[in-house]
Design a protein around this ligand. Sequence first.
Ligand code: SF4
Length: 352
Amino acid sequence: MKNFEYVRPTTVPEAIAAAAKPGAVYLASGTNLLDLMKGGITRPDRLVDVTRLPGLDRIEHLPDGSLRIGALVRNADLAHDSGFARSYPAVAEALLSGASAQLRNAATVGGNLLQRTRCGYFYDTASACNKRAPGTGCDARGGENRLHAVLGWSEACIATHPSDFCVPLVALDAVVEIEGRGGRREIALEAFYRLPGDTPERENLLEPGDLIVALRLPAEARTFAAHARYLKVRERTSYAFAVVSAAAALRVEAGKIRQARLALGGVAAKPWRARAAEETLAGADPTPAAFRRAAEAALADAKPSGDNLFKIELARRIIVRAFTLAAAGTPARIAALPASPFASVSGALQDA
Ligand code: SF4
């Protein structure tokens, strides 16, 4: 492994100054970064350890009804916070469907947002990869690509974003709070991620030194709590990234859908908000036919990037199933197999 400098600042301004230098990266729990370093995929000159920065591990209820989640809150702590799971059940379900219990105990909210794609060619330094080494090509094109993107991809890169957590966050209009050399700014999580275009190595809007300090869920996000689910299809029941996933949420009044939210995982380089699908459901009855129309709208622009045509039909079916589960009502407890397609449609309670 390449030698690197390790620094542990005690304040956010110190951290930003230390990370603004070329070759510097932030280190939180390192559940992705350390693997990337061991494999020679990422070769930083300096690690800026943010784990001791004060005040970034809090969950705060703000006066405007929004929830502020510090970037160093652990995934498991957030998912098992009973107040959080009651108000944002699809987010808790997504958190519990990700990684393993050990990883969830260590991984942080901020780090989850910044994890890198699991494209196998990205992790293989003998392969051409425009994301790892810009301008070298993309061995996934024409290679093993059945799990790659069907929306928003480019000739330069067809990778997908691996996070479960970010999918319901995008559906619920989460905002990222960033501290940088120019002060504090906020960006909608949906806009925070970039599509690959000609520069797949640039995955988000962060500038050198920028530090994610918190995530915020707006007050409106809680209004979907009674009808919200996250559904994930993966190649084995636990500890696998999504082939396709969907976060579906409904606000139902007098038997009609007042508002719908939908975002997809495993289909693009970013969590994919499906606004056209949401619009088809406004004012509709919560019926299978309505959910099928929404699914068609969500995938209208999809096209295979390789051997992955099946993902388009799979995504349609996952959307219908996720909305059907959401319409049936959020279970009082998250199922033993969180976000599983085997979850009960009835919303019946199952032991966690
Ligand atoms: Fe690299 Fe993207 Fe191609 Fe994968 S799909 S090899 S990450 S350029």
